[in-house]
Design a protein around this ligand. Structure first.
Ligand code: GLU
Length: 417
């Protein structure tokens, strides 16, 4: 991601929201900086006997509204500015949906698909050991993100528990069900994306049934969103992953595609008569709904003029740059921002953590219905704020979130000491 610093995006949206809220610089200066940045060098003995050292981070942006919370990303492009941005987005995401957390993020610069299972486990355990001083059920609670999953969370839970000398399921969320994971957590981000898509289309007098939808990314967020949207009657016309994409304006057979990608196979090996397209082409298709569910900086000043989707729902974190977002807003393209649209994941992480703290577990129905209420309420307040202030949905979401974070600072009595 050369030349592009996602943290600049964060600062621009915070400044914009603070200005609209009428805050003086002093009132919100603190939230422009992460509270704590930890960098670790994680040594791993590889299967061939060699030693490799991986760069890792855990960055806590804010603990003003509660313990820090956020995923751990395993990706070759992970760097300090990306993790800083991702941590700040978590703070505002938790604030906008009203769950009692601050924000954090972790990451390791590694391609997890190039490691054996043993290497990945050793990397995860050693990383957990190295960040153990700053994480914990009351302080900072990791979760899955790009490149990590429930199995990795199980290893984190075990490593931390071993260090503490007791079983600590609440240290991490997105765990396997057998270790205290929550029913519904695996689908939660995609479910939240689907709910947000329905809510947004509803406001615009459109329906999900029959709407054409393109999804960039076939990881947890992209694949579950596409599955739930097609189950709800949406027409998945295009999907892509790192190997490229496929497009059929009549609709793809998503069940078959899901079986393929669930077997950890890339789309370029999926046999189909649908047209092969690149990721850039997918983003520029004439669809009702575009769901970028991969990485940051996908919709930017270089391609924004070519975007033809009527509505964009951000499954990924930071897929649209600030400039591109402004251009879309001017053109009347509604963008459901990441901190609202993909908040279903951390919402059910919160439910998982609550269940862990109480050692009392809920049914999947209960989880899903609580998620629905939370997402509906958050959407409603973002939509209403956007209408009242005549601003984009992103700006509205940040106005709500920044206000809650700054209010927490003031309610605590301001800067201590
Ligand atoms: N990684 C997810 C996100 O970006 C989930 C974080 C969590 O559940 O704590 O929102």
């Amino acid at each position: 991601m050369s030349g592009y610093n996602p943290y600049d995006n964060v600062l621009a949206v915070i400044d914009n929201a603070a200005k609209l809220l009428g805050y003086t610089q002093q009132e919100y200066e603190q939230i422009k900086f992460p509270e704590r940045e930890m960098k670790v060098s994680v040594p791993v003995r590889m299967d061939d006997g060699s030693v490799k050292v991986f760069e890792g981070f855990r960055i806590q942006h804010s603990t003003l509204r509660g313990p820090a919370k956020g995923g751990i990303r395993f990706h070759p492009d992970v760097d300090v500015n990306e993790v800083k941005a991702l941590a700040a987005w978590m703070t505002f995401k938790c604030a906008v949906i009203g769950i009692p957390y601050g924000g954090a993020k972790g990451g390791i610069a590694v391609d997890p698909y190039k490691l054996s299972k043993t290497e990945l486990k050793n990397l995860t355990r050693r990383y957990t050991f190295m960040i153990a001083p700053v994480i914990g059920p009351e302080t900072d609670i990791p979760a899955p993100d790009v490149g990590s999953n429930a199995e990795v969370m199980g290893w984190i839970m075990d490593s931390y528990s071993m260090l503490m000398g007791y079983s600590a399921p609440g240290v991490v969320t997105g765990k396997p069900i057998g270790l205290g994971g929550s029913l519904g957590r695996g689908d939660a981000t995609g479910r939240g994306v689907t709910i947000t898509t329905q809510n947004l289309l509803g406001k615009l007098g459109m329906k999900l049934e029959g709407a054409s939808v393109a999804v960039q990314g076939m990881g947890n967020v992209g694949s579950v969103s596409a599955r739930l949207i097609s189950e709800a009657g949406g027409k998945i016309v295009a999907v892509s992953d790192v190997s490229g994409g496929i497009y059929d304006p009549e609709g793809l057979n998503f069940k078959e595609i899901l079986a393929h990608v669930s077997a950890r196979k890339l789309l370029d090996s999926y046999e189909t008569k649908a047209k092969r397209i690149g990721n850039q082409e997918l983003l520029c298709l004439p669809v009702d709904v575009l769901i970028p569910a991969a990485l940051e900086n996908q919709i930017n000043i270089d391609n924004v003029d070519k975007i033809r989707a009527k509505v964009i729902v951000e499954g990924a974190n930071g897929p649209t740059t600030v400039e591109a977002g402004e251009a879309l807003n001017k053109r009347g393209v509604h963008v459901a921002p990441d901190i609202l649209a993909n908040a279903g994941g951390v919402a059910v992480s919160y439910f998982e953590w609550v269940q862990n703290l109480q050692s009392f577990y809920w049914s999947e129905e209960e989880v899903n219905s609580k998620l629905q209420v939370l997402m509906d309420n958050a959407f409603k307040s973002v939509w209403e704020t956007a209408e009242e202030r005549k601003v984009s949905l992103r700006t509205a979401a940040y106005v709500i979130a920044v206000k809650k974070v700054v209010e927490a600072l003031s309610l605590r009595g301001g800067i201590w000491p």
